[in-house]
Write a protein that binds this ligand. Structure first.
Ligand code: FES
Ligand SMILES: [Fe+2]
Length: 401
């Protein structure tokens, strides 16, 4: 168990706009604190409605040691539950996804319906109260096809994020998209190093030769491309199409549209579209990309023809599971309209390059010579936001015990 007084003391020693003291990146008790106190106080992007296409479709995910399951019910509603049996606590669904008609614990076969109610418990005494032994729910919010979940009531209000992000997301038709591909990378680095790297493009010009073909890797503060006249022209042309640019931000979220490099239609190896059908319902060829990011652990980019999600899930003090997903229009046929290799190549290569950076960062931070260092206020603005969010959320969690 972590010692919250030690964590509060470490937080007091953390300097604003600087990397954190070493224990935050490598100590086992800080990892336990992060997954049990910080992640459970946060809204997590757990998946997409497109991954639960019909009643009985489910997804199971583990947030550190906390397994949860998302299920589409017979009434089409998506619900979330702790993936923990109410008999003796076995994890119920071991597969990452699938379809079922009942939720059956593998251990002694206690059986729950798709709405989480206990409906079968053979050989239990007569008086067992079925109503009191349903699966424990988690909070779920659907936002334009994205499924956000929170494990405890301590997560902040969702409504401000919904109100701000929905107008940006709505034209992308994510609720009627389909999952084209997903990948998992195990990175030997603390999740905060993975996210700090994911929150800046200071390193992008040197490290991401494929990404920088189409993606403007030099951003200033406010997620604006540094070429001011191009930025102004982009804002005005998006205004004509009725697409908001932003950015808009709250304590744990940031949403904004950006122009791609001149002539690029999408993020791909050559900047040309990789899916002929459009995800974005608005016309226009140079509509840039939409980025939405939520703390603690995700960012997404939607371009005209596909959407990409990146989620970093802590699995140990120095290990993170990076899940990537690509969504395309439902009508796009794999192998006919698009190839998964073409669709995924830029972000897959970028992920491998970023893994090397995060693991190398971990190796240096583990050394005796590590001292917290300063962030650049413009090039690392979004890392500073992440660091501010983490210190505030961690302090609140540690104070509340
Ligand atoms: S632990 Fe699930 S049925 Fe016994
Ligand atoms: Fe990167």
């Amino acid at each position: 168990m972590y010692d919250r007084h030690r964590i509060l003391d470490l937080l007091r020693r953390a300097k604003p706009a600087h990397t954190l003291p070493q224990p935050f990146y490598r100590d086992a008790d800080l990892y336990e604190f992060d997954v049990s106190a910080v992640f459970t106080r946060s809204w997590l992007l757990l998946g997409f409605e497109a991954e639960l296409p019909e009643p009985g479709s489910y997804l199971s995910v583990a947030i550190g040691p906390h397994p949860v399951i998302l299920v589409r019910g017979r009434d089409e509603m998506i619900r979330g539950f702790h993936n923990v049996c109410r008999h003796r606590g076995s994890q119920i669904c071991a597969q990452a996804s699938g379809r079922l008609t009942r939720i059956v614990c593998p251990y002694h076969k206690w059986t729950y319906d798709l709405e989480g109610r206990l409906v079968g418990a053979a050989r239990m005494p007569e008086g067992l109260n079925f109503v009191e032994h349903g699966l424990l729910p988690i909070r779920i919010e659907l936002l334009e096809g994205c499924i956000y979940g929170a494990l405890t009531p301590a997560a902040p209000a969702f409504a401000p994020f919904r109100e701000a992000a929905a107008p940006f997301l709505r034209p992308y038709r994510l609720a009627s998209a389909k999952l084209a591909h997903q990948s998992v990378l195990i990175e030997k680095a603390n999740w905060k190093l993975v996210m700090e790297n994911a929150r800046e493009c200071y390193h992008c010009a040197a490290w991401h030769p494929e990404l920088k073909v189409s993606f403007p890797v030099v951003f200033g503060a406010g997620f604006a491309v540094t070429d001011g006249s191009r930025s102004a022209a982009f804002v005005s042309s998006m205004g004509e199409l009725g697409l908001p640019v932003g950015p808009v931000a709250g304590p744990w979220w940031h949403v904004g549209r950006y122009p791609l490099n001149p002539g690029a239609e999408t993020v791909s190896m050559n900047g040309r579209a990789v899916v002929p059908q459009r995800l974005l319902e608005t016309n226009g060829t140079c509509v840039g990309g939409l980025r939405w990011a939520t703390d603690p652990n995700t960012f997404c980019h939607a371009v005209a023809d596909y959407a990409f999600m990146f989620a970093a899930i802590p699995t140990g003090p120095e290990e993170t599971r990076v899940v990537s997903k690509w969504l395309v229009p439902k009508e796009a046929r794999e192998g006919v309209d698009f190839s998964v290799d073409d669709l995924t190549e830029v972000w897959s290569r970028t992920n491998l390059q970023d893994r090397e950076l995060a693991e190398n960062n971990q190796r240096g931070i583990n050394g005796f010579g590590y001292r917290p260092g300063p962030y650049a206020d413009s090039a690392e603005e979004l890392v500073i936001r992440f660091n501010d969010w983490y210190r505030a959320t961690a302090a609140q969690a540690a104070e509340q015990g």
